[in-house]
Design a protein around this ligand. Sequence first.
Ligand code: G3I
Ligand code: 9MR
Ligand code: ZN
Length: 542
Amino acid sequence: MRNIHVNQCGYRPWDKKVFVCRGTAEEFQVINKVNNEIVLRGKMGPAVYDQSTDETVVRGDFSELKTPGEYYISVENLGDSFSFKIGNNVYEDVKDGLLKALYMQRCGTELVESHAGKWSHEICHTSKGVLYEAPEIEMEITGGWHDAGDYGRYVVPAGKAVADLLLAYEFFPEAFKNEINIPESGNNLPDILNEAKYELDWLFKMQNANNGGVYHKATTQFFCGMIMPEKDLAPIVIYPISSPATADFAATMAYAARVYEKFDKEYSRKCLEAAEKAWTWLKANPEPVLFKNPPNMNSGEYGDKSDLDERYWASAELYKTTGNTEYHEYFEAAFKELKDTNSLGWADMAGYGSITYLFTERSMVDSEVYAKVKAGFIDKARALVSISQKDGYKVTRLPEGYIWGSNMNILNNAMHLVIADILESNNAFIETAFSQWNYLLGANSLSQCYVTGYGSKPIMHPHHRPSEDDGITEPVPGLVSGGPCRALLDPAAKAHCGGKAPAKCFIDDAESYSTNEIAIYWNSPAVFVAGFVNLKMCEFKP
Ligand code: G3I
Ligand code: 9MR
Ligand code: ZN
């Protein structure tokens, strides 16, 4: 077991470079991997107790070392770290891989070898879906991404995943110039928008053409076994319309209408029309229509307690896109009612509404409301910094924050911090965002790189059906694992993680869906953060 934890994808020459060490020590050495020469000696910081891992840790800072090369860190009595690179482009491959992983989740299409390499597979889920409430009615609903390790397709998490990609593109267009070898590469759209469009094209099909409401999900009745998608032939059921799904849809489509406008006016118009139609349904259904799994079935629920945050987000997007004051009025009223206006989780989407409002042309917004939204956003960023400063690994989560999909929450926090810095420049925001990135890629107490296919100790056994059944040793690359979940919610976690500290309740085992599944909306905030860390020094300061 390693004691010295680094970002296994490396560090850029100009960045602050921090590593974490379990145990106590006074000094560290950075050693050139090629000739084993010591290139830097440094002093460790003070020992701190980390609650989330129940460890005493020390941290070292080797920012001084800027020369590109391959190195490792060595500490007397505690051993060596994995080796890592210093270089300008150390995060480029992982950024492309994180985005490409969404292509690998595509449903209703063959993944051909020229794009998918050895992870190619046949076309899947081509049958029509039947309406849960009226099984005699069939609908064509092929396409979109498989949600996660399962093959369900759910509107709610799709909204978050697409929004993250659109934000990544809007904030960091320079970082997404590479073609990532998907079927559409080389057309007039950047690949990040090509990939998002694959999901948007499916989302259209989930809208009821008559009333504008959006069906919650399209899944088989029960999760299938660990089989390839083309072998999953059970009928696909389209579950009822819900208001969170409809509002997420309205928001996503209204947002897409803006982003695709300059590339394809017709598509943009279609997105806006669908968004407004969904809003019409929401107006006709002012009370929440929340989804709960009916009995005798077990695909993901994506249930919610409230839809106000989703409606708030939808109103922000529709207002920014159309300038129609009806949406502005809704937004202002919802802002007053909401308790949390900053979350970026799949069930708590208000943060997306706030971000959109904060980046709406100043002449369109109400300056008082704007100031309040902004103050709340910045306060949250400060609170995240303060949590991170007390954490041994600089994570922005308290011990109780290691829940199912904790890595998404950590990446969402990094997103929040990056955006907060754009609104109000603050080095602590950027440093803390970087610490979350470092954590994801190995600077954690398990020295685990939580992405498949990258780093020295990548995830090898995600709860991901294709990776389990394709007969290939390496899992599909670029997938973000959910990460530690203290609640031990699956048999493998119960068997292996009992008694462990929260941030250590993780097992790289395909059985452990509560700690080691993958999901499109865990990749998507990673794509955003990867966009940010791929900018050249200071490029992100507007
Ligand atoms: O929010 C509460 C928190 O307040 C509480 O302290 C904590 C204690 O455990 O629980 C938190 O709720 C958890 C919730 O996720 C947070 O988002 C629930 O316990 C936990 O069961 C729930 O897990 C969700 C899981 O589905 C089970 O429903 C995950 O968020 C969600 O990402 C996951 O999604 C699944 C789909 O259903 C099916 N497809 C795969 C996908 C990924 O695993
Ligand atoms: O594979 C399923 C995964 O996507 C879900 O997140 C998880 C919890 O809902 O359930 C997984 O499926 C398991 C099912 O719930 C129980 N039988 C075993 C299934 C896969 O191992
Ligand atoms: Zn499929």
